[in-house]
Design a protein around this ligand. Structure first.
Ligand code: NDP
Ligand code: DXP
Ligand code: MN
Length: 381
């Protein structure tokens, strides 16, 4: 039995992970779950899976929750300390890191520090602190396995060649709901329009990121740190169908791709079972129907997030933490109605310019810049 800790169990990745666990209950066991404020959903999950530990991340709910709603055998913990203690629990083999945003950093860090196998959906951790997370993993023996669909695809394709034979990786992007739109048209975008992703059903923050293409910017940085890539080894192509999840090109110009219908259960399961492949939860391709796959280069003028992602990946240091925090705060302002859609990236650019870049920050400094960028974004006009 593999014992799993699922951080972010009430979210989109969290509930897809639980579907994978339902299908493989003979081999995968839930040791613990964690969420932020959705304690009723968390309580229901304890009734079904009977994990030993459930963590309510928001400490203020300690006196509000109905403890009788939880499975009687489940220990209830609270706060960031609770999340980190679950991630480092000695019975846990694999931690699924699926909290959204930089809020996921603490749990992921604790898992890496404890030398766990970490199925990482929380790309923001790598954007903020990629180099030091990787260095910590090397020290503790933790293994980082990508869950993000593109990075899972790259991870799968990269196994076909040697590092020195790699020419470049090509991340695919759906283009989001505004693919083909020009800069001027993006002024009028409402939260409702931006939350309507054409191919994936995901949590609200990543869905807005997909609409601005900031998701791809974050994925460029995530890929750089996960696979140790040079700037010239990263490309992005628009692929509206989200069936080819990314490409790897080798030095003989052979290009490999990983294909599957857009369903996160496949990369989640692969991160849990690697190096094995199990029959599974995800849908198969339907090869009985004719279908077309399209690819075209991105429109950098309408979607400046991509260029910002490339530049931020190239700079490293504190740039990722500032970009990420400014983006999280900007998405929140857009959803609250105090920032226009086309201002999101402009505001992030300004805040990145204003920060005092440090090429080799520690975790403490990264957290400081994270707080600073959020405050700057609140004031941006
Ligand atoms: N959804 C997808 O298909 C994909 C997602 N990802 C990445 O996976 C991560 C999760 O995304 P997604 O599942 O869409 O997000 P959701 O918004 O659907 O879920 C977020 C989860 O994180 C928890 N959470 C939020 N804030 C905190 C906090 N401060 N402390 C503890 N827990 C918290 C939520 O708990 P609560 O319900 O209590 O608020 C919820 O369980 C993101 O980093 C995203 O970029 C990557 C690829 C695909
Ligand atoms: C499912 C997944 O991995 C998302 O990160 C996805 O990539 C979002 O789609 P976009 O390509 O539109 O950003
Ligand atoms: Mn992705």
């Amino acid at each position: 039995m593999t014992e799993i800790a699922l951080l972010g169990s009430t979210g989109s990745i969290g509930t897809s992970t639980l579907e994978v666990l339902r299908q493989h209950s003979d081999r995968l066991q839930l040791r613990g779950i964690a969420a932020h404020r959705s304690w009723q959903q968390l309580a229901q999950q304890t009734q079904e899976f009977q994990p030993a530990i459930a963590v309510v991340g928001d400490e203020t709910l300690r006196t509000e929750i109905d403890r009788t709603a939880f499975h009687p055998e489940t220990e209830i913990r609270f706060g960031q300390e609770g999340i980190e203690s679950l991630a480092a629990d000695s019975e846990v083999d694999t931690v699924v890191s699926a909290i959204v945003g930089a809020a996921g950093l603490g749990g992921t860090w604790a898992a890496v520090e404890a030398g766990k196998r970490v199925a990482i959906a929380n790309k923001e951790t790598l954007v903020v602190a990629g180099p030091i997370v990787k260095a910590l993993a090397e020290k503790t023996g933790a293994i980082l396995l990508p869950v993000d669909s593109e990075h899972s695809a790259l991870f799968q394709c990269l196994q076909a060649g040697r590092r020195e034979e790699l020419k470049r990786i090509i991340l695919t992007a759906s283009g989001g709901p505004f693919r083909g739109w020009k800069k001027d048209q993006l002024r009028e975008v409402t939260p409702e329009m931006a939350l309507d992703h054409p191919t994936w059903n995901m949590g609200p923050k990543i869905t807005i990121d997909s609409a601005t293409l900031m998701n791809k910017a974050l994925e460029i940085i995530e890929a750089k740190w996960l696979f140790d890539l040079a700037d010239s080894e990263i490309e992005v192509m628009i692929h509206p169908q989200s069936i080819v999840h990314s490409f790897v090109e080798f030095n003989d110009n052979s290009v490999l791709a990983q294909l599957s219908p857009p369903d996160m259960k496949l990369p989640i399961q692969y991160a849990l079972t690697w190096p094995e492949r199990w029959e599974g939860a995800a849908q198969a391709m339907d090869w009985t129907q004719m279908f077309s796959l399209e690819f075209h280069p991105p429109d950098h003028d309408a979607f400046p997030a991509l260029q910002l992602g490339l530049e931020t990946a190239s700079r490293g240091g504190t740039a990722g933490a500032v970009l990420n925090a400014a983006n999280e705060a900007a998405v929140q302002r857009f959803l609250d109605g105090s920032l226009r859609f086309d201002q999101i990236v402009l505001a992030i650019q300004d805040i990145l310019k204003a920060h005092h870049f440090d090429p080799s920050p520690d975790l403490h400094e990264l957290k400081k810049w994270d707080r600073w960028a959020r405050e700057e974004m609140k004031k941006w006009n």
